[in-house]
Design a protein around this ligand. Structure first.
Ligand SMILES: O=P(O)(O)O[C@@H]1C[C@H](O)[C@@H](CO)O1
Ligand code: GUN
Length: 325
């Protein structure tokens, strides 16, 4: 157990780390905010009708010659995953009717349709967060669009802060389960009338993250000699945009959380509601409070190394699934 002074020091280090990151982001945000943004804020599940979603899907598949099998959402620090897509057709979100705009750094608001390891993939370079002013239903709406495009597998990625003290920046957490803090307080993207064309009223979440896919990912970790960098863990979604307090971090750890972020679970809910197979991973982008502070340059290098492993993981996953390996 640490004493009072030690806890205060850790908190101070954590605050310093956050301040540096926030300062870095400020300039990028200022540039992004110079343009007016289209943000749609209306009550949950009625915002997008089945017809709306179908129109968006038709527009996207009209650009692809083959039926897509995989959907991908690129999280923060993971926009480079789209570099893997061969001969992509790129669609700006602003060209898709009723798609909100992305307002934060690293989320570029572009949709890619192309080939990855022989499979057709639709990738979203940018997601919608609740804290940007989007309802949870708007945040997860793209998953339904991808479902109507014909995908079978939903691959969801995000940046996360480590809560487990054995995790380091640049590590990858394969998500085996989550804690949905929004849902605890009655906020769920499925609130409101249920459209059975997408799925049933109630959704089983105990098996949300496909075990077979997790096993393949663990195999890949061994194949590429990155098993020490890859963990199997529990993700908690908090609302953001604030980072969690030191006490919140300790609480999260005490209830079994390994990493914390501000997204993803609402997309998993929509994906499971409409019967997609889900595979998710987080790139650890913030160290746990127990670890000593690190210079930004060192952090950036670790994140970059993690990005490369994520790219390898993604392409091998798709290859294995595509070839039934
Ligand atoms: O879209 P993700 O969850 O990867 O983005 C996370 C949440 C915040 O927007 C940002 C904080 O660093 O990364
Ligand atoms: N600590 C922390 N780091 C993050 N990196 C991305 N999201 C988060 C978060 O919610 N908390």
């Amino acid at each position: 157990m640490c004493n009072k002074d030690c806890c205060a020091l850790k908190t101070a280090l954590q605050i310093r780390r956050m301040k540096i990151l926030i300062e870095q982001r400020r300039q990028q945000e200022e540039e992004a905010n110079a343009k007016p943004k289209n943000i749609i804020v209306t009550p949950e599940s009625l915002i997008y009708s089945y017809d709306d979603i179908e129109k968006m899907a038709k527009l996207i598949i009209s650009r692809s010659e083959t039926r897509p099998k995989f959907g991908l959402v690129c999280g923060s620090n993971l926009d480079t995953l789209t570099d893997l897509i061969e001969n992509p057709i790129v669609i700006d979100y602003s060209d898709i009717p009723k798609f909100p705009d992305c307002t934060i750094h690293d989320h570029k608001g572009k949709l890619f349709v192309g080939t990855l390891m022989g499979a057709t993939v639709i990738a979203l370079q940018g997601r919608f967060h609740h804290y940007e002013g989007n309802s949870l239903a708007s945040c997860s709406m793209p998953v339904r669009v991808l479902k109507l495009c014909g995908i079978e597998y939903m691959i969801l990625t995000c940046a996360a802060g480590a809560v487990n003290k054995n995790y380091k920046v640049g590590d990858i957490m394969l998500i085996k389960d989550h804690i949905n803090m929004f849902g605890w307080f009655g906020n769920n993207p499925l609130n409101g009338p249920n459209d059975l064309r997408f799925g049933d009223r109630h959704v089983i979440m105990a098996d949300a993250y496909d075990e077979g896919l997790i096993e393949k990912a663990l195999e890949i970790g061994l194949e590429i000699g990155q098993e020490d960098r890859m963990h199997l863990g529990v993700y908690a979604c908090l609302g953001g945009p604030v980072y969690e307090t030191a006490t919140e971090q300790r609480f999260l750890r005490s209830i079994g959380v390994d990493a914390v972020g501000m997204s993803l679970v609402q997309e998993v809910i929509y994906a499971r509601h409409c019967g997609l197979k889900v595979f998710s991973f987080s790139l650890i982008s913030m160290p746990p409070i127990e670890q000593p502070d690190m210079p930004e340059s060192v952090r950036d290098v670790s994140i970059h190394q993690g990005q490369i492993v994520c790219m390898e993981l993604l392409s091998r996953m798709i290859y294995k699934i595509q070839n039934n390996l």
